[in-house]
Ligand binder design. Sequence first.
Ligand SMILES: [Zn+2]
Ligand SMILES: [Zn+2]
Ligand SMILES: [Zn+2]
Length: 209
Amino acid sequence: MIVLVDTLCSVAFYCQRCGQIEIADVPVFSGHGDVVLTCSHCGAEKARLRLVPRKGLVIETGCVVCGQRNRVHYPLRQLRTMTLEKIYCEKDHFELGYIGKWQALAEFLDFNAAEYDALHPHDAYNFMEHQQILLEAFNRVHDLAEEGELFCPCGGHEFTADIAEDAIHLECTRCGSSAVIPAKTPDDLKQLQPGCEVAFLRPDLIRNR
Ligand SMILES: [Zn+2]
Ligand SMILES: [Zn+2]
Ligand SMILES: [Zn+2]
């Protein structure tokens, strides 16, 4: 019997816009163009994949933490035997997604959800929802800043932002004041609207705490 292989592997990426994660098959490439994976939830581009001679499968993704394009590649030989691997941003090690066999990815995502629930029994949200809220919060903060809706008491409106475990850290580029914006629950997300109050702390006060 001849089995026609029509998928190279499967991938699951967190949408860097809304945080949604879903598994997608990577088809065996028939042409030269890129395969573009988009988020079924918000339509944002999640990843671009292409086959490059001698390199194998090249995957390009964005990363909200460093704001840069991230590129990883997997030799075809490795893809055939691979069960599951995590894909990280090479600059900041932010977890971007997973690659491997569909079944393994599905089990891993289920397991992750169950494991998160076990570790956080009082938390109504699992790891995926957690990552999703974090990413969405980060993008909302970014949008608010861009629309001029976020202000530091010094009058500054340019910030550097960092993703922490369940919060977004902002720092005013003008005076160095910083703010911690919780990004853990859907309620935290609802707070992030034009005109929302963000409590900035001056650097000298932070040091004295
Ligand atoms: Zn999305
Ligand atoms: Zn990054
Ligand atoms: Zn400031």
